[in-house]
Design a protein around this ligand. Structure first.
Ligand code: F6R
Length: 596
């Protein structure tokens, strides 16, 4: 949801900026741009509505010298996708350049005031008003001017301002992520540490209200006063993790990583979950009910974990769509499990306001422990999935389901809802997941190309599941629609006859996460009777025998067939390949949705 970067380096900065922007492209790819301070105190700006590679080509043809600059990759919120609306935005004098991630909700009023005061506000973008507000206060110094400007804003921001005259960079944040890191070759600011991981060992995360100045030295302010820098954190991301290697796209690499990720999660959380020690160490209070909170794929992961809590320990659960949480009545003694890969999803953070107001404890199940969610939660369960670059979540989904399931086991054993022996047996069952996942990917790689080719005329897909498997079917449908741009609906199989069956005509693909039950078979018979094309993910004889039972490894009843999801990930990717889609960057989407 827009990525920003800034750097003050010992050598030319443009290569650094474009390399970091390529790593931030998952946050939006509507346009991209850089601005670099020149020795004569002017700015050189290059922007394009094409991708980062196009910007690199342009800079090769028309190079820009300079060692301090800012860059931005955009996911459009306000204003069409045009070069004029692309960041960086300059002030009237052409001395300042600004990049911004977030949303300024009072931009219209501020723009009107700026125009009355004689500013030329050139774009339709909310962010541009900020650089003019900084310009107005510049007499007090850049850091104080940025403080004065953001005092007038409502909304969210992570922003960096470059002063071409002094070569200084000033950055601040409020509700949007921003890190600062120093390496041997320079100082960097970025929306995500992965963007600069190749050049640094440690980084700091800005808290809301921090203002950092990067000049001859790096200095910090908070609340208008000099402040201590935030905690130094170790960057554990390796450059290899950020490479596509020989894979055609990051999504295929990330699908393949799932057995390894599952092993890593179970090595981290399995032992302390089975005896409840994880729960005791968390210091969390007992609970009467659990609410899982999240958006998109993360909500689907939360639903699977909620299904486990209900099925194995009879815990009342509720799944809350974070973007719809305004009317959520948080009942007393609710434990909230907030699922978010990025930990920066604005809808989740806003829903937390409601939870915090009611005093309910929050566990973050996230791939980014230092994210805003991680910092706000009472306890953090890190998913250990490593950086995920494909916009469609794959390995982080699996990691979240397993991490959340370990937490569920720990909570039930720790509060006496389940015996320790049951906890041990459940964790031993989960030990089969890496092999089940690997088997499912292997089967799908063989079977899916033919199945996907047979759907070439389809205008949409139905997905069916029962019980916990319904949440897996939901995830399959989400993957298919975001990658292939075909509609995909997911339903409880028993609901088919109450309406969705009207969508089935000869050739309609219907993907079934088949639990072998007679009720599922009845639903599939109804589909076949209307000429629907059943893509059965299930036992022997099915089109995609990806489930444990057919591969010799027993499946796990109490958590449903998680391994069916890998088969659906492969199917979604293959259908998208056949339709010529951009696998890692589906249209209109961004990975980290930092606006409501
Ligand atoms: C789907 C996908 C999105 C995200 C959703 C929540 O593949 O990636 O649906 O799951 O935007 O994002 P996080 O998990 O970062 O809160």
């Amino acid at each position: 949801m827009c990525g920003i970067v800034a750097g003050r380096t010992s050598g030319a900065v443009t290569g650094t900026l474009t390399e970091a922007l390529a790593r931030l492209e998952y946050r939006g790819y509507d346009s991209v741009g850089v601005a670099v301070a020149q020795a004569d105190g002017t700015l050189q700006v290059r922007r394009t509505t094409a991708r980062v590679e196009a910007l690199v080509d342009r800079l090769a043809a028309d190079p820009v010298a300079g060692t301090t600059g800012v860059g931005h990759t955009r996911w459009a919120t306000h204003g069409a996708v045009t070069e004029g609306n692309a960041h960086p935005h300059a002030d009237c004098s052409g001395r300042l350049a600004l990049v911004h991630n977030g949303i300024i909700t009072n931009a219209d009023a501020l723009r009107a005031g700026l125009r009355e005061r004689g500013h030329v506000v050139a774009s339709d973008v909310d962010s541009e008003v900020v650089v003019h507000l900084v310009e107005e206060a510049l007499g007090t110094g850049l850091a104080a001017a940025v403080e004065a400007a953001v005092e007038q804003l409502t909304g969210t921001w992570a922003l960096a301002v470059l002063d071409a005259l002094t070569g200084e960079l000033v950055a601040t944040s409020h509700g949007s992520p921003l890190v600062v890191a120093e390496g041997p070759e320079g100082v960097y600011l970025a929306s995500d540490v992965a963007a600069v991981a190749a050049w640094i060992d440690d980084f700091r995360v800005l808290e809301d209200g921090h203002v950092v100045t990067v000049g001859e030295t790096t200095t910090w302010r908070h609340g208008g006063h000099v402040a201590e820098p935030p905690l130094l954190r170790r960057c554990t991301i390796s450059v290899a993790e950020l490479s596509r290697e020989l894979y055609a796209d990051f999504m295929s690499k990330e699908i393949d990583e799932q057995p390894l990720v599952a092993t890593r999660v179970l090595e981290s959380w399995g032992a302390p979950a089975q005896d409840g020690s994880l729960w005791h160490a968390s210091g969390l209070p007992d609970f009467a009910r659990v609410a899982v909170l999240g958006c998109g794929t993360s909500l689907n992961a939360g639903r699977a974990v909620a299904g486990v809590l209900g099925r194995v320990a009879g815990v009342p659960t509720q799944a809350v769509v974070a973007s719809e949480a305004d009317d959520w009545v948080v009942e007393p003694d609710t434990l909230v499990l907030a699922f978010s890969q990025s930990g920066e999803t604005a809808d989740v953070l806003r829903a937390l306001d409601r939870v915090e107001h009611r005093g309910a404890p929050v566990v973050a199940v996230t791939n980014s422990a230092w994210s805003a969610l991680g910092r706000r939660a009472d306890f953090v369960m890190s998913c250990h999935a490593g950086p995920e670059i494909g916009v469609a979540a794959t390995k982080t989904y699996t990691a979240q389901v397993l991490t959340g399931t370990c937490l569920a086991i720990a909570a039930c054993v720790g509060t006496g809802r389940l015996a320790r022996s049951t906890g041990r047996a459940m964790v031993a069952d989960l030990g089969r997941v890496p092999d089940l996942v690997a088997q499912s990917i292997g089967v799908a790689m063989q079977a899916v190309p033919t199945i996907a080719a047979a759907t070439s005329e389809a205008s949409g897909f139905l997905f069916l599941g029962r019980g916990i498997a319904r949440s897996y079917a939901d995830e399959g449908a989400l993957k298919l629609k975001e990658l292939s741009y075909l509609w995909a609906e997911s339903h409880a199989s028993g609901e088919l006859k109450h309406g969705p069956l009207a969508l089935v005509e000869p050739g309609t693909p219907v993907v079934a996460v088949d639990d072998g039950s007679s009720r599922m078979q009845a639903s599939l018979a109804e589909v076949r009777a209307r000429g629907g094309d059943v893509i059965d993910i299930g036992g022997p004889g099915s089109a995609l025998p990806a489930l444990g039972t057919s591969g010799g490894i027993p499946g796990i009843d109490w958590c449903g067939p998680l391994e069916s999801v890998m088969a659906m990930q492969v199917l979604a990717r293959q259908v998208a390949v056949l339709r010529g889609r951009d696998i890692d960057k589906p249209r209109n989407l961004a990975k980290s949705v930092t606006v409501e």
